[in-house]
Design a protein around this ligand. Structure first.
Ligand SMILES: N[C@@H](CCC(=O)N[C@@H](CS)C(=O)NCC(=O)O)C(=O)O
Length: 198
């Protein structure tokens, strides 16, 4: 039984923990979620032993602890998926890594103190959505990588789903048509839909 530590959000998981829930569901492994109160994540002496920067997600697999969503995605795909969803390994890791640009823009947006910081964060978020749009426009598979659905799609969908439109300050996905098409396809996967259930 694998354990996914996450924050107790009203909608179940935060975006970074949701990436892991999606992949665990895709792989069909036996796992459970463990919600850690935000205060414990931030202050408890036990939690810092799990993650030195006091963040979720953290995955426990027997004696093994893996931190940081990118490392956990790679670990699960390799160790529990025998390489499934990480077929084009370095491209997959590169696109998981590029997604951090978007999450960092969203975080800057949440913490922006004035109009100019807000405008800069929105422009950064749109820059990263533009990278995803262009990549999807030229994809042979309809997923981020030509090789098909991978941990890259899982990392991005957690930050680009319909519910996060408000956080991205987007009226609609119209200006990112390939993202909109891809999003529908990814959200329709049973393993993905399950990670959005409370
Ligand atoms: N680089 C980390 C980022 C994780 C992250 O920022 N997690 C947020 C929730 S989505 C968190 O743990 N916040 C702790 C807090 O709010 O105190 C990853 O990819 O796992």
């Amino acid at each position: 039984m694998l354990t996914l530590y996450h924050l107790p959000y009203a909608e179940g998981y935060g975006a970074n923990a949701r990436k892991i829930a999606i992949l665990l569901n895709e792989l069909g492994v036996d796992w459970k979620g463990e919600a850690v109160p935000r205060n414990d994540v931030r202050t408890s002496p036990e939690y810092v032993l799990l993650h030195p920067d006091r963040k979720v997600p953290v995955l426990k697999d027997g004696e093994t602890t893996v931190i940081e969503s990118a490392a956990i995605l790679q670990y699960l795909a390799e160790v529990h998926g025998s390489g499934k969803f990480i077929e084009s390994k370095y491209d997959a890791i590169a696109w998981v890594s590029l997604q951090n640009g978007l999450s960092s823009a969203i975080s800057s947006l949440a913490h922006a103190d004035d109009e100019s910081q807000t405008a800069k964060a929105i422009s950064n978020a749109k820059h990263y959505l533009g990278l995803l749009e262009d990549k999807l426009a030229s994809s042979k598979s309809g997923y981020i990588l030509d090789s098909g659905y991978s941990i890259a799609d899982i990392a991005w969908i957690a930050f680009v789903d319909e519910r996060r439109k408000e956080k991205l300050r987007l009226e609609s996905w119209e200006q990112f048509p390939n993202v909109a098409k891809w999003q529908k396809k990814v959200l329709a996967r049973p393993a993905v839909a399950k990670a959005y259930e409370n």
